[in-house]
Write a protein that binds this ligand. Structure first.
Ligand SMILES: Cc1ncc(COP(=O)(O)O)c(C=O)c1O
Length: 365
C-alpha cells in the first residue's frame, strides 16, 4: 500500500536531522568521557532558576501558562520592548520552523550561508521553500553576499546567525544594520542571536520592533545553560507576533522550563560568572593553538573553531578524540571544514580536552 503523505512530505528524501551524542554513544557501546561537541553549556544554571524548576516539578500535573505571561514580561522589561512584541516557544529551533511556515510557500526563495546553522535549512526543506546559499568569506558569514543573493533571487527570508555557529565569529552592529537596511522589499531578516550573551556590547544591532522586517531569536540554551529545557523566544513587530499566535503549539513550553527561565532571566550575577568562565576557557584554547602552531579563530560564543589544516586532519582528529572518549564536532563545508569546533568547558575538563588534542595532533596525517 502507498501511504498517502501530503505532497510536500512525499517529496522529501529520507533524512535524520541530527545524530546526537547519545546515539553516538550507543553506536560505540560506551559513554563519552567529555561532551564538548554540541555547543551546550558546561557552566551550570542560575541557582534561582534551579530552585524554581525544582518547585515547578511538583506542579507537573498542571499545564504551563500557554501565554508564558511572566516570562514574556520579564524578558520584555529587560530588552525594553513590549510583552506583545515577543513570542516564547520550545527553543529557537521550534521558532525557526514556525517562521518558515509563516512566510514560505512551496518554492519561496530564501537565502542563507553555505555551512551555516543547519536547522533553518531543515525547516526550509520541510516546507518545500527554495534554499539559496552564499559561501562564507573566510570564517565569516558574508553579509554583502547574502544581501546580493537576496536581491538576485527575490528572497522572502535571509538567515544570519550573529554570533555565528559553527565558526564563533560575529559582525558588529553597524554591519548587521546595513544588512537590515539593504533588504529587498518583502524580505525579512531571520536574525539568530543564540550566542549573543557571550558577545561584547556593540555586536547586537539595536532592537527596533517598529521594523517589521527583522525577527530576532534568542535562547536559554546557551549562556543560561538550559538547552535540555527548551526555551527560546522571538522579538519582532507586533503583527508578526500575532501571526505566530495563530499557529504555535500553545503548550510547547513545559511548566518546569517556563518557571526556570522566568526565574533566571535577571540573574546577572550568574551570567557574569558564566561569561568570565567562558572567556577563561577560550583563552586556554587559544593557548593550546599557540602551543601547537595552529590558528584558533577568536570566538564570540561558547566554542572555538580550531584550524587543524585540512578536512582530512580534522576528521582524523575527531575519530581519535572519540576513541579517547571526547565528543567533538566539526563544520561540514569548505572553507570551514579545516576546523574542529572545541566546546568550552570547566577548567578541569578543558585541560583534559586540550591535553588530549595536544597529544593527538602530532600524529595526524
Ligand atoms: C545558531 C544557533 N541557533 C539556534 C540554536 C538552537 O537553539 P535552541 O536550543 O533554542 O533551539 C543553536 C544551537 O546550537 C545554534 O547554534
Amino acid at each position: 500500500m502507498t501511504i498517502p503523505f501530503a505532497a510536500q512530505i512525499a517529496r522529501l528524501p529520507a533524512s535524520t536531522p541530527f545524530v546526537g551524542p547519545e546515539e553516538l554513544e550507543r553506536r560505540r557501546g560506551a559513554p563519552f568521557r567529555l561532551r564538548v561537541g554540541a555547543n551546550e553549556s558546561a557552566f551550570g544554571q542560575s541557582p534561582t532558576g534551579m530552585a524554581a524548576m525544582q518547585a515547578a516539578l511538583a506542579e507537573s500535573a498542571w499545564y504551563a501558562d500557554p501565554t508564558s505571561h511572566d516570562l514574556r514580561h520579564a524578558l520584555a522589561a529587560r530588552l525594553g520592548v513590549a510583552a506583545d512584541e515577543m513570542v516564547v516557544d520550545a527553543g529557537i529551533d521550534t521558532l525557526l520552523g514556525l517562521t518558515v511556515r509563516l512566510f514560505c510557500d512551496v518554492g519561496t526563495p530564501v537565502v542563507t550561508s553555505l555551512g551555516a546553522y543547519p536547522t533553518f535549512n531543515y525547516h526550509v526543506n520541510g516546507y518545500g521553500a527554495a534554499l539559496h546559499t552564499v559561501p562564507y568569506k573566510g570564517f565569516f558569514e558574508d553579509t554583502e553576499a547574502l544581501l546580493e543573493k537576496a536581491h538576485e533571487v527575490g528572497a522572502r527570508l535571509v538567515y544570519l546567525a550573529n554570533p555565528d555557529n559553527p565558526m564563533g565569529t560575529c559582525h558588529d552592529a553597524a554591519t548587521v544594520q546595513a544588512l537590515i537596511d539593504g533588504l529587498p522589499e518583502d524580505c525579512l531578516l531571520v536574525l539568530d542571536e543564540a550566542y549573543v550573551e557571550f558577545a561584547p556590547p556593540g555586536v547586537a544591532a539595536a532592537i527596533d520592533t517598529s521594523n517589521p522586517r527583522v525577527l530576532r531569536f534568542r535562547t536559554f540554551s546557551k549562556a543560561y545553560g538550559m538547552a535540555g529545557q527548551r526555551v527560546g523566544y522571538c522579538v519582532a513587530h507586533r503583527e508578526i507576533i500575532n501571526a505566530f499566535e495563530k499557529i504555535r503549539n500553545h503548550f510547547d513550553l513545559n511548566r518546569v522550563a517556563q518557571a526556570g527561565a522566568t526565574a533566571s532571566v535577571n540573574d546577572d550575577a550568574f551570567l557574569t560568572r558564566v561569561k568570565a568562565e567562558v572567556e577563561a576557557a577560550r583563552q586556554s584554547v587559544y593557548a593550546l593553538a599557540d602551543r601547537l602552531g595552529l590558528y584558533a579563530e577568536p570566538s564570540f560564543t561558547n566554542f572555538v573553531a580550531l584550524d587543524v589544516g585540512s578536512t582530512e586532519r580534522g576528521q582524523a582528529l575527531l575519530e581519535r578524540l572519540a576513541e579517547h572518549g571526547v565528543f567533538m564536532r566539526m563544520p561540514g563545508v569548505a572553507p570551514l571544514n579545516r576546523c574542529v569546533r572545541v566546546g568550552l568547558s570547566q577548567p578541569k575538563e578543558m585541560a583534559e580536552v586540550c591535553e588530549t588534542i595536544a597529544s593527538l595532533v602530532p600524529e595526524l596525517p
